[in-house]
Design a protein around this ligand. Sequence first.
Ligand code: A3P
Length: 347
Amino acid sequence: MDTAKICKAEVVSKFHDVEESWDDEFKSLVQTFPKEKSWTGSNFYFYQGFWCPSIVLRAVIAFQKHFQACDSDIIVSTFPKCGTTWLKALTFSTLYRNQFAWDENPLLTFGPHQLVRFLEYDLYLNNPFPDLQNVCVYQPRLLSTHLPYASLPTSIKDSNSKIVFICRNPLDMFISLWSFLYMLGDESLEPLSLDEAFDKFYHGIYAYGPFFDHVLGYWKASQENPNKILFLKYEDLKEDINSQLKNLAMFLGVPFTDDEEKQGVVEEIAKICSFENLKEVEVNKKGVHISGIPHTGFFRKGKVGDWSNYLTPFMVERLEKLIQEKMHSSGLTFNLSSKTSKDITSA
Ligand code: A3P
């Protein structure tokens, strides 16, 4: 068996075995949650208004219960498949740019998910009390989550910690997710067809879904408190990474100086974090994330509008209507394509 196949088998078995490790008290708690089959055959539990993958349910609850935010913390919060890996790399490089020599950027040796660690998908995964003091090499602490805003630990919401959030047009997100899970399937598990996956997607049944509730939760919170939450969109980063980086640096409290701008620091960060560069870094071409997912799985095409290569006109029409319905009067819009700049706008 080659390495890729071992990885796939390990991920699938991890996702399936987790419930057997739950104690009776946790099993009876979980019994009260609505349940659905996930796209890979394990379970999702409807917890606090989102579909939580069984593999992280315990970790989510431990994170919510025990995490104590510091005022200086920066939390990268994302909807899965919306640019988490990219945003981790950008935030890490921007925030810590004066803490390492430029040609020794840790991104050349470690993957973005190793440098900015997930709280529920990593640190709390096998330990309800992880040693958070020692996991962050640089200061201030930079950590990450996929939790919806409403489900974040109170200390994150109540402290002066800051949140950088990214989302993406849901059509590309759907295709990215489907392709990602397709990669996870092994011989013993038939991946969902696009039609089957679309049906689940349309009804909001996927990890951390429904997408719209999640995104609008952060959107509203960012409108109410723009100094606490920076709301980013994948398509905007693709369109003008330099402006978005300057905006990010300003938000983080580490604006680029005139000298840095003259020296091309902004462009350098954009370049090192680019899809083309990160995909080719050795560590991102091999090995697995602690959740069992191969690092290569986080880099696919990195494009805006790839959905048009997969979705039927019927699917597109249904999703466009869904976007209109869900985002109605929110003021939030998504670019569906980098070429035509076709917008789905709210009424
Ligand atoms: P595609 O599947 O459309 O290619 P996440 O990191 O949240 O899992 O999101 C994964 C998506 O971001 C994938 O999209 C992946 O290719 C893309 N991606 C990863 N690194 C990127 C980068 N440095 N720049 C732009 N896109 C990136």
